[in-house]
Ligand binder design. Structure first.
Ligand code: NAD
Length: 469
């Protein structure tokens, strides 16, 4: 059972208030300049460029130490508390306990320098190597939904590959992003790194993001966000990575362990109040097991909405262009209260039967509200999942014991992440094997980004020597 976020927040605040001061790192958020924060975007880029030139002179051992220092700083309990509490308070979205976990895995499971494997050929003509080398200064645009997780993950990956980075955070996460960049800079300074390897501006804005994208010393752009910003970076004329929106379907067929599937869907779709781009956004259930699935989902913390409640909810959580911003990332209990329903204890997810045309199925709501569509059989369910994923190539989930059908869905849906028989968050390494990332690049094909995604491939050829075979 999940605790009320307000209770968790109050408890964390109480613990923080009791803690002895740990110096400037734990100081209240302030929008000051210095420690990587600049008033002017041009100055920020120039500083990052100078830092990158100096970074070129450092050894790989140095890089490893800097990455270790970033991980250590982001994993300090008081910093994890601050990032999870303040992200919810400043953006008005998400769940404190889940954000704590996301921030922790971002610092622990993002790969470092070890990801940069060298390829080599040796023979009569000598030795040729291909190495992953830095782009230079990367401009990274970060979302409201994972503000600090993305900065941690991108910083580790981009610095591991030898780059400097200029962040353009979402203005709603401004204060926390500024604090995080400053905290990272202090940790890097203590580890002996060049000043300003990670920078941002005191007042992030669309105008500043545009300045960053146009600056000639920014060699690569990485956009983690919705379709608008992904389109913008792809039109920039620079090397760009686009990590865009998803609408992950979850298919449940008649061979699945239905109780397990129900628990996984409630866990995955309620995680951080459904903010992750990877979270289950609609359910497609084979007719024969749909009632049983709903029964078990309710046992695991879902609430089934009546037709009348669905109508009320449409008026509340839908805006003119999809989801109403003020309800994105709100808890199931808050949303129920919004339509005047007293939430039963332990409710984490709202579910309703819907047609495939319904906005609770079609739209990336980023709320713990899921439409469930019935399909006559597993093949029809897979076809519908492909349609509802909208070609985002992002994430899909399937619960089945039929290996052929799992394979069929994997092939047809073409998503970057395909989770079988688990909650969606296993796809980014939370309870599943593999590394983590918070920048999942479906449109441009890098997939789950890692240090090598932020590197150029460069060949060095030595003719005639160093072949000892
Ligand atoms: P958003 O697109 O509103 O904002 C993302 C970033 O882009 C912000 O920093 C914002 O300030 C900036 N931005 C947006 N439009 C811009 C423009 N015209 N010019 C300059 N900057 C602009 O998205 P959001 O609400 O912050 O995040 C949620 C969206 O991001 C969802 O669609 C979600 O699926 C997606 N997302 C994708 C991934 C991924 O890895 N694929 C990860 C997290 C979020």
């Amino acid at each position: 059972m999940k605790l009320d976020p307000a209770v968790i927040e109050a408890a964390i605040r109480a613990v923080l208030a009791e803690m002895p001061s740990t110096g400037t790192d734990a100081a209240p958020t302030q929008r000051s300049e210095g420690d990587g924060v600049f008033a002017d975007m041009g100055d920020a880029v120039e500083a990052a460029h100078r830092a990158w030139r100096e970074y070129l002179t450092k050894s790989l051992a140095d890089r490893r130490r800097y990455i270790a220092a970033i991980r250590e700083a982001m994993l300090r309990p008081e910093h994890l508390d601050k990032m999870s509490v303040d992200a919810v308070m400043q953006t008005g979205m998400g769940d404190v306990a889940d954000k704590y976990l996301k921030n922790k895995v971002a610092a622990e499971l993002t790969p470092g320098v070890e990801d940069l494997e060298t390829s080599a050929w040796s023979g009569d003509d000598g030795l040729t190597t291909v190495e992953y080398s830095a782009f230079g200064v990367i401009g990274a645009i970060t979302p409201t939904t994972n503000p600090t997780e993305t900065i941690t993950c991108n910083t580790i990956g981009m610095l591991a590959a030898g780059n400097a980075v200029v962040f353009s955070p979402h203005p709603r996460a401004r204060d926390l992003s500024v604090w995080q960049v400053q905290t990272i800079n202090r940790a890097l300074r203590e580890a002996g790194a060049p000043e300003n390897l990670v920078v941002t501006v005191a007042e992030p804005s669309i105008e500043n993001t545009n300045k960053m994208m146009e600056h000639r010393k920014v060699q690569m752009l990485v956009a983690t966000g919705g379709p608008g910003i992904v389109r913008t970076v792809l039109k920039s004329g620079k090397k760009a990575i686009g990590a865009g929106a998803g609408n992950p379907p979850v298919v449940v067929d008649e061979t699945a362990d239905i109780d397990h599937a129900a628990k996984c869907i409630v866990d995955g779709a309620s995680f951080d109040n459904n903010l992750p781009c990877t979270a289950e956004k609609e359910i497609i259930a084979v007719d024969a097991i749909a009632d049983l699935l709903k029964f078990h989902m309710v046992q695991h913390g879902a609430y089934e909405l009546s037709a009348e409640q669905v109508k009320q909810l449409e008026g509340l959580i839908l805006g003119e262009r999809g989801a109403a911003t003020e309800w994105i990332g709100k808890s199931a209990t808050a949303i129920l209260e919004g339509i005047g329903v007293e939430p039963p204890a332990g409710v984490r997810l709202l579910v309703c039967e819907a047609t495939k045309e319904h906005p609770f199925v079609q739209v990336e709501l980023m709320m713990p509200v899921l439409g469930l569509v019935r399909a006559p059989d597993v093949d029809a369910a897979i076809d519908l999942a492909v349609e509802l994923e909208h070609g985002n190539r992002h994430t899909a989930v399937m619960h089945s014991q039929n290996v052929s059908k799992l394979t069929k869905m994997g092939k047809l849906i073409q998503t970057t992440i395909f989770v079988k028989n688990g909650p969606s968050f296993t796809g980014i390494g939370i309870g599943g094997e593999g590394f983590t990332t918070f920048t999942i690049a479906g449109p441009t094909g890098e997939g789950l980004t890692r240090p090598r995604s932020f590197a150029r491939s460069r060949r060095c050829v030595l003719v005639g020597d160093l072949n000892v075979r």
